[in-house]
Design a protein around this ligand. Structure first.
Ligand SMILES: CC(C)(COP(=O)(O)OP(=O)(O)OC[C@H]1O[C@@H](n2cnc3c(N)ncnc32)[C@H](O)[C@@H]1O)[C@@H](O)C(=O)NCCC(=O)NCCS
Ligand SMILES: Nc1ncnc2c1ncn2[C@@H]1O[C@H](COP(=O)(O)OP(=O)(O)OP(=O)(O)O)[C@@H](O)[C@H]1O
Length: 293
C-alpha cells in the first residue's frame, strides 16, 4: 500500500473514532453522564469540553492507525501504540486544562483503531475487529510505569474486572450486548437515538464499571445495573414508561455522584464499529450538526 493510501485510510479511521466520541457525548438524555441536557454527575465536564476533547484526539487515533497498518498483532505493535496512547492522554489533559474527558475511550478506541488498521480488509466484521483488539491488549506493555488509578484501586478492593480486562476479552459488552441491541432496535424502526440509549442501557445492566464503583461503591453499581435492566424489560426508552424510568435514573445517579463512564466508552466503541462496517462519516459534518446546541 502506498504511503498516501495509508495516510488517507488512517485519516478516515481517526475521523470515525472522533465522530463516535462526539455522537456518544451528544446522545441525550444519558443517565449520570455528560450530555446536551446536563453535565451528569460531573462538575468539571460539559458537552462542549467533551466535543473539544474528541476533536483533539483525532491526531492520536491517526497516529495509531498509521503505525498499525497491515502490521502483525504482536508485542512490538502493542508497545508502539501504548506510547502513542499515553501521549494522547497527555494531549487530552492539555486540551481540557487537566480534566479527564476520555481516558477510557482513548484506550478502547485506540485498540480498536489499531485492530482495524492491522486487519485492513475491505470487509471486516465488528467481531473480527474486537477480537483482534483483544489479542493486542493481551500483550503486556513492558514500558508502562505502575500508577495507582481509580480503576486499579476499585479492582483491588472489589475484585472486579475493569477496562483492561474488557479489552483483553475482545470487548464482549460491545459485540454481545451494545451492537445486537442497536441492530434489533433498528430492525424495529425505533428512532436512532432511542436505539443508542437502549444499547447504552444494555451495557450498563451488566458492566462492572470502575467509574461507578469508585464514585458510588457497590450501591451505585447495583442501582445502575438493576434499573437499566428494568428499563429494557419495560420495553426500552421508546416506551413512555421506559423514558420516565430513564429520567429517574439520571436524577438518581446524579444524586449519588455516580457516572457510568465505562459504559459510555463501550457505546462509543459500538458506534465506531457500526460506522466502520456500514458507512464512513465526516467529522466536519457531525461537528457542525452537534455543535449547534
Ligand atoms: C487501561 C487504561 C484505561 C487504564 O485503566 P485503569 O482502570 O487503571 O484506569 P482509570 O481508572 O483511570 O480509567 C479507566 C477508564 O476506563 C473506563 N472503564 C471503567 N470500567 C470499565 C469496564 N469495566 N470496561 C471498560 N471500560 C471501563 C472508564 O472510562 C474509566 O474512566 C488505560 O488508560 C491504559 O492502561 N493506558 C495505557 C496506554 C495504552 O496502552 N494505550 C493503548 C491503546 S491507545
Ligand atoms: N458522556 C460522558 N460523560 C462522562 N464520562 C464519560 C462520557 N463518555 C466517556 N466517559 C468516560 O468516563 C471517564 C471519566 O469518568 P470519571 O470522571 O469518573 O473518571 P476519573 O477522572 O477517574 O474520576 P474523578 O472525576 O472522580 O476523579 C473518562 O475516562 C471517559 O472515557
Amino acid at each position: 500500500m502506498k504511503w498516501e493510501e495509508v495516510s488517507a485510510c488512517s485519516e478516515e479511521l481517526a475521523e470515525t473514532a472522533a465522530v463516535s466520541l462526539i455522537e456518544e457525548a451528544a446522545l441525550t438524555p444519558k443517565p449520570g453522564l455528560v450530555d446536551k441536557n446536563n453535565t451528569g454527575a460531573h462538575t468539571d465536564l460539559d458537552y462542549n469540553l467533551m466535543a473539544l476533547s474528541a476533536v483533539s484526539l483525532k491526531s492520536t487515533f491517526k497516529d495509531i492507525a498509521k503505525m498499525s497498518f497491515n502490521q502483525p498483532i504482536d508485542q512490538s505493535l502493542r508497545e508502539k501504540i501504548a506510547v502513542i496512547g499515553r501521549h494522547g492522554e497527555k494531549a487530552m489533559l492539555q486540551a481540557t486544562g487537566g480534566v479527564n474527558t476520555h481516558k477510557g475511550a482513548i484506550w478502547a478506541l485506540g485498540l480498536l483503531t489499531a485492530a482495524a488498521a492491522s486487519l485492513n480488509k475491505s470487509s471486516m466484521s465488528a467481531e473480527d475487529i474486537a477480537l483482534t483488539a483483544g489479542e493486542l491488549a493481551q500483550f503486556q506493555d513492558r514500558k508502562a510505569s505502575y500508577q495507582e488509578t481509580n480503576g486499579s484501586r476499585v479492582k483491588q478492593y472489589y475484585g472486579t474486572c475493569g477496562a483492561k480486562e474488557e479489552a483483553q476479552q475482545g470487548f464482549p459488552h460491545v459485540t454481545l450486548l451494545a451492537l445486537p441491541v442497536l441492530y434489533e432496535r433498528r430492525r424495529k424502526q425505533i428512532h436512532e437515538d432511542e436505539a443508542r440509549l437502549d444499547a447504552l442501557l444494555s451495557v450498563m445492566s451488566s458492566l462492572d464499571d470502575s467509574c461507578l464503583l469508585h464514585r458510588g461503591g457497590k450501591v451505585a453499581l447495583r442501582t445502575a445495573k438493576r434499573k437499566s435492566l428494568s428499563i429494557l424489560k419495560a420495553g426500552g426508552v421508546s416506551t413512555f414508561e421506559g423514558y420516565i424510568m430513564l429520567q429517574e435514573l439520571d436524577t438518581e445517579l446524579i444524586k449519588k455522584n455516580a457516572s457510568p463512564g465505562g459504559s459510555a466508552d463501550m457505546l462509543a466503541a459500538a458506534l465506531f464499529l457500526d460506522h466502520l462496517i456500514t458507512s464512513p462519516l465526516h467529522l466536519s459534518n457531525v461537528v457542525k450538526k452537534e455543535m449547534t446546541i
